[in-house]
Ligand binder design. Structure first.
Ligand SMILES: O=P(O)(O)O[C@H]1O[C@H](CO)[C@@H](O)[C@H]1O
Ligand SMILES: O=c1cc[nH]c(=O)[nH]1
Length: 234
């Protein structure tokens, strides 16, 4: 058991899918996994292990934001020996061509967080997905006949930004969408030598101001869930 994950060594699979929302973790486990067992309820941040098409996979909530996912990713790797983490989250579109409910593979994650300023002392690190997982996700998407966008995403520390125009700086540099965790996942994965990828579904658009409901964000982004599970077993 680690400080924030109430599991025993061996309870968590080598491959972990991480939604921000713990209720999405429960929904995925109950909907897609066989023999799913809940291995942690600490802080209500549910984690489950079960079988997807016969292969062991875990689903662990990360919470919202870089500090929260940083805690869980560190413990998953250091205390439970996890080898592969795929974040599956919602995001806001920053580009007109990226429509609501579209799927995005985050090849790299820009950030306005001080996370890497602190670590790299003012120099700039480029948090990047693992090519191995990215390539598998592309093949899995093709097999599922799913369209997707692939590119740079933004991991922001600020959900409610006082400056309603700031997103355009990122949009003007072809950053596809905004979420709040991928840069930390990619940085920690690089440091610890594990594989990482972020798969997102567009829940709202900063361009058109369309938005989906909380219930839809918890339960209906099933194409992204299936894509991540198929990538896990590819
Ligand atoms: O849907 P999740 O995975 O939580 O991801 C997005 O949603 C949350 C904000 O509503 C942030 O965690 C952001 O990254
Ligand atoms: O971080 C996020 C997540 C979803 N939608 C947003 O606009 N931002």
């Amino acid at each position: 058991m680690s400080i924030h994950i109430g599991a025993r060594v061996g309870d968590i699979a080598d491959t972990v899918l991480m939604p921000g929302d713990p209720l999405r973790a429960r929904y995925i486990a109950e909907t897609f996994l066989e023999e799913a067992v809940c291995y942690t309820e600490v802080r209500g941040m549910y984690g489950y292990t079960g079988l997807y098409k016969g292969k062991r996979v875990s689903i662990q909530g990360s919470g919202m934001g870089i500090p929260s996912i940083g805690i869980y990713v560190n413990e998953l790797i250091n205390d439970f020996g996890v080898k592969r983490i795929m974040r599956i989250g919602s995001c806001g579109s920053l580009r007109e061509e990226v429509k609501i409910r579209d799927i995005i593979l985050g090849m790299s994650a820009s950030t306005n967080s001080s996370l890497n300023d602190i670590t790299f002392r003012g120099m700039t690190f480029a948090p990047t997905a693992s090519y191995s997982l990215f390539a598998k996700a592309v093949k899995a998407a093709e097999a599922l006949n799913l369209d997707f966008h692939a590119g740079n995403i933004l991991s922001t520390d600020i959900f409610y930004n006082d400056d309603p125009e700031e997103w355009k700086i990122w949009s003007n540099h072809n950053v596809l969408a905004v979420e709040m965790e991928a840069a930390a996942l990619y940085t920690l994965a690089a440091k610890k030598g594990i594989e990482a990828l972020t798969i997102l579904t567009v829940s709202d658009s900063l361009v058109t101001h369309e938005a989906t409901s909380s219930e839809e964000r918890e339960k209906t982004f099933t194409q992204m869930m299936k894509l991540a599970l198929e990538t896990a077993i590819y």
